[in-house]
Design a protein around this ligand. Sequence first.
Ligand code: CA
Length: 274
Amino acid sequence: MMVANRLDGTCWAGPDLVMAFQPIVDITAQTVFGYEALVRGVNGEGAETVLSHVTPANFMAFEAACHSAAMASAGRLGLDRTHHLSLNFLPSGLAAENNSVSPALAMANASAIGTDQLIVEITEAERVTQPVRIAALFADYRRLGLKTAIDDFGVGYAGLGLLADFQPDYIKIAMDLVRDVHESRARASITRAILQAARDLSIQVIAEGVESPSEVAALRAQGVTLFQGFLFARPTVDRLIPPSRICFPAARSVRRLARPPRPTLAGAQPLPQG
Ligand SMILES: [Ca+2]
């Protein structure tokens, strides 16, 4: 499938794409907050295989193909009007000179999905070289009704310093910080600092890559309510897993598991719950 990028006329000529969707859940309401669209190859290729075909010359066409496929699939699958659809963008693509108009917005206008349902995720794993331009684009998106998110937060290039340049609607705490946070004094301290900054700046936090009820409990005790990860649901190709098929840990067991993290150094005192 050749998908033309309307911005510069280049085409995506890599493997045919399909989109998988992974729920982001609201644990307090025990419902789905939204779905992140994740690229896969039509013949079962994983994201890494597909991404290995992306080059500086074709990545804007690739992103356009992904976003187009995600919105078409989510619309066809009947994305609920109350659920969000989260799309991944690379900062270098957003900051490109010829990307002054949101392609996501243009595509949303042509689909059944409302612009207020869309979240623009930019990954912190790629260095943000033009923070002022990204900040201006984020402000434009907000005026147009889209939400914004910084992905992989806490393990990329800029960390909390990035928030000095722009404040998204959401921060997605990286999987590396979430993993075994209940057993790591260092991780718990970092996530607590992120939560504090987010609260001060009115940013909502999503914990991604969650795999155990103990991780949920530790982060729930810090104030996180939005979660994404294998514990709740794996990404599924061409399917939006409904709230009724998601296994939420019982509130009682989350409270029981919310213990102070164990010290990592001999003699260190456990942190109080924040
Ligand atoms: Ca993402």
